[in-house]
Design a protein around this ligand. Structure first.
Ligand code: DGP
Length: 113
């Protein structure tokens, strides 16, 4: 299996896991861009936003839910945070297993570069 995130999910690769259930795993990004930078990843291998179907609606809803609940748990909800899906190469997607970036703990500008 080539997918890095599948390897993390299967325990073949180590990561700092901060959330884990039967559907979703959350772990610290190896290259954090802010004090909090967690990737929320469904266990199911879906390459990118473009590829998810109606059968995955509940899963993607849960992905967002788990990220915002985690943000609340660590107290980021009062200051604010960013949730990002990069879809495809022009958006900078590097790992082709759908994931949601939770980024926070510093003031961010908009639009992004
Ligand atoms: P994206 O550009 O949206 O595909 O983001 C992929 C992120 O994945 C990027 O911020 C770095 C992170 N990443 C890549 N490889 C690993 C890894 O082996 N472990 C962890 N924890 N994060 C990784």
């Amino acid at each position: 299996m080539e997918c890095i995130f599948c390897k993390i999910i299967n325990g073949e690769l180590n990561s700092e896991i901060v959330f884990d259930n039967e559907n979703i795993i959350g772990f610290n990004d190896i290259n954090p861009v802010a004090p909090t930078h967690v990737l929320f990843v469904p266990r199911k291998h879906i390459e990118k936003v473009d590829d998810f179907e109606t059968e995955d609606l509940a899963l993607i809803g849960e992905l967002i839910y788990r990220a915002k609940e985690y943000a609340k748990k660590i107290g980021l909800n009062s200051s604010g945070y960013r949730l990002v899906f990069n879809n495809g190469k022009d958006a900078g997607q590097a790992v082709f297993h759908i994931h949601l970036h939770l980024i926070g703990g510093r003031i961010m500008s908009w639009p992004p570069g």
